[in-house]
Design a protein around this ligand. Structure first.
Ligand SMILES: N[C@@H](CCC(=O)N[C@@H](CS)C(=O)NCC(=O)O)C(=O)O
Length: 237
């Protein structure tokens, strides 16, 4: 089956967590917003179509008759169908838990530049963004990364869920760290030595042979004006 992935074109966004899993596992999919003839309205229009289980927001994915929304939910499905997570019940829920924790941090990273309203310009919430970003840098980055470091410390082997093989949560942690390095380069230089296992995982995924064609393809879009944004004034040591 070829899956249909729906996500706004132009930024990696949350769609990238799904894309990385599909690409690393060699699963065929259509990037619907980048198909010939697609416009800026394609995804918004599609979301209005009549479905039994409509998505609230992209990313969402069509798998035959199913439409799955919520990044972690899509990955839970792919993990089960394609062996991208442990088979045991406890292992599957553990990887889902890690993914949801990653999603929490992604939302907080977004809120550093849009703390008041996603629909307002950054320029209209700069003061609040500065306060939010300072807290994110000083408290939240260390707290989240220390948690993932601890998980990797007690995992057996190189990957979050152990088992000698990556799971979709490893790919997602890679993308999260990549986004942090982009948006908060000074802060990450200051703190990354405290999280050697997290940084080593980032490196390991960056070098996964299964992802090299994707990285070279141009389909992995730059962060740009997406969830992870670089505003020098929001970064700091
Ligand atoms: N919890 C959802 C969040 C989805 C989400 O916020 N999608 C963004 C793009 S990354 C969006 O277009 N949201 C529209 C909205 O919230 O109104 C997930 O993890 O998939």
């Amino acid at each position: 089956m070829t899956y249909n992935l729906w996500y706004w074109d132009g930024i990696p966004g949350r769609g990238e967590f799904v894309r990385l899993a599909l690409e690393a596992a060699g699963i065929p999919y259509r990037e619907c917003a980048r198909e010939p003839g697609a416009t800026a309205r394609t995804v918004a229009d599609d979301m209005q179509s009549d479905r039994k289980h409509p998505p609230f927001a992209p990313p969402y994915m069509e798998a035959g008759q199913l439409t799955l929304g919520q990044t972690a939910n899509i990955l839970l499905y792919l993990g089960e169908k394609h062996g991208l997570a442990p088979e045991s019940v406890s292992g599957r829920y553990w990887v889902n838990q890690l993914q949801l924790t990653i999603a929490d941090m992604v939302a907080e990273a977004h809120d550093t530049h849009h703390p008041i309203a996603a629909s307002d310009y950054y320029e209209d919430q700069r003061e609040e963004a500065a306060r939010r970003a300072e807290n994110f840098r000083t408290e939240r980055i260390p707290k989240f990364l220390a948690y993932f470091e601890r998980v990797l410390d007690s995992a057996q082997g190189d990957w979050l869920a152990g088992g000698g093989r990556w799971s979709y949560a490893d790919l997602s942690l890679f993308h999260l760290v990549d986004g942090l390095l982009y948006a908060f380069p000074k802060r990450m230089v200051s703190v990354s030595a405290r999280y050697p296992k997290v940084m080593a995982l980032h490196e390991r995924v960056a070098n996964l042979s299964a992802l090299q064609d994707y990285f070279a393809s141009g389909r992995r879009l730059p962060f740009g004006d997406g969830i992870f944004r670089y505003y020098p004034e929001l970064d700091g040591k």
